[in-house]
Design a protein around this ligand. Structure first.
Ligand code: ZN
Ligand code: ZN
Length: 361
């Protein structure tokens, strides 16, 4: 079986039903799979999914502390900006454009480390990046880890149910996973360690990395604004980690065809350009599916792209050595052709006089 069909651990309800169509599990099946995938006592290979949700759980008390003990309007504004714009944009820059698509290159490992740890670390790179390659290859078909036709829960709990790496890869398959991860700087397991832990990421390095990241940011925010600021930011980060799990469902039209003429130019899958994820995080998802390797997804003038601004700025100061930008290609292939057609001279059928499209329009 092709690597892309085999690289993720198939859920107990399968990717396809007996007719070869998307297997649509019931909410009960989804929850049952979810809890079995988080159970580290039954199988320690569940450690990464467990850790991913345990981090969200650890951040919840900070949110409550902020709401019930340290609440202030300033804190609320900071929390809003941090969860929506800072975490969202960082997710696009780091997990999406760099780790998965390699849309740009850092000049050296310092700038990679700097960007990786620019916000609180909550999502393991491996969970996001490897499965996202599958999402692009199999968009909206069985095997797509967050196929929106599977429903909200199918996507919302995908990081545990559909995104972990297959635990039975042979050495060749595992090495292909390593090639997808090697530029990220994540310390990876040897094949023997993978057989033991079921993951590409090395558990000890991963856990140490998260502890160091959280300790650094807690100290920094505490020194800047005391417990109030630290709780606002940590709570906001937890809020984002849950909220971001809804994106994959909505970014592909909630399982329906919501593509609009003149807005969603890519017609190969159900991805849509949405205003809110675009504005806060640069996730113009339909544009992105057209040009996945582009470091910019906001192509049109109103499509602000904060992730692109960061990458461009880093390039200006020499921290990013190379990037792909598909804006010109987007206009050439999807906008200019239309403009050309409209401005071609046309002739009045009665007078025979040449009129121009601008007059006609
Ligand atoms: Zn997509
Ligand atoms: Zn992508």
């Amino acid at each position: 079986m092709a690597f892309i069909h085999d690289v993720l651990e198939e859920p107990s309800y399968g990717w396809k039903d007996a007719n070869g169509e998307l297997s649509k599990p019931t909410p009960r099946q989804i929850f049952s799979e979810f809890f079995s995938r988080l159970n580290i006592f039954s199988n320690k290979k569940n450690w990464l999914s467990f850790m991913s949700w345990a981090m969200v759980l650890c951040l919840t008390p900070f949110l409550f502390l902020f709401i019930f003990k340290y609440f202030s309007i300033t804190g609320l504004v900071i929390a809003f900006v941090y969860s929506m714009i800072v975490m969202g944009t960082h997710g696009t820059i780091w997990y999406h454009r760099y780790c998965t698509h390699g849309a740009f290159k850092f000049k050296n490992n310092f700038w990679r480390f700097f960007t990786q740890n620019l916000t609180l670390k909550i999502i393991p790179e491996e969970i996001y990046a490897i499965s996202h390659h599958v999402h692009h290859a199999l968009s909206d078909t069985p095997g797509d880890p967050y196929n929106a036709q599977g429903g909200f829960l199918y996507c919302f709990l995908a990081d545990a149910n559909h995104q972990p790496v297959n635990r039975n890869l042979d050495e060749k398959g595992y090495n292909r996973c390593l090639t997808l991860m090697k530029h990220t700087g994540v310390t990876c397991n040897t094949y023997a360690q993978y057989k033991k832990w079921g993951s590409v990421a090395n558990p000890f390095h991963m856990i140490l990395g998260v502890i160091a990241n959280w300790a650094f940011w807690f100290t920094a925010f505490y020194l800047l604004g005391g417990m109030g600021l630290a709780c606002a930011i940590f709570g906001a980060a937890g809020f984002w980690a849950v909220g971001v799990r809804t994106f994959n469902y909505e970014g592909h039209g909630k399982g329906e065809d919501k593509r609009r003429e003149g807005i969603d130019h890519n017609r190969k899958d159900m991805s849509v350009n949405q205003l809110w994820p675009g504005i806060v995080a640069g996730e113009w998802h339909n544009n992105h599916h057209l040009f996945p390797k582009s470091a910019r997804s906001g192509f049109k003038p109103h499509q602000v792209d904060s992730a692109w601004y960061y990458i461009k700025f880093m390039h200006m100061i020499g921290a990013v050595s190379h990037y792909h930008d598909s804006k010109k290609q987007f206009y050439k292939e999807h906008i200019k052709e239309k403009v050309k057609k409209i401005t071609e001279p046309v002739f009045c059928p009665t007078t025979g006089k040449q009129i121009f499209a601008t007059e006609r329009v």
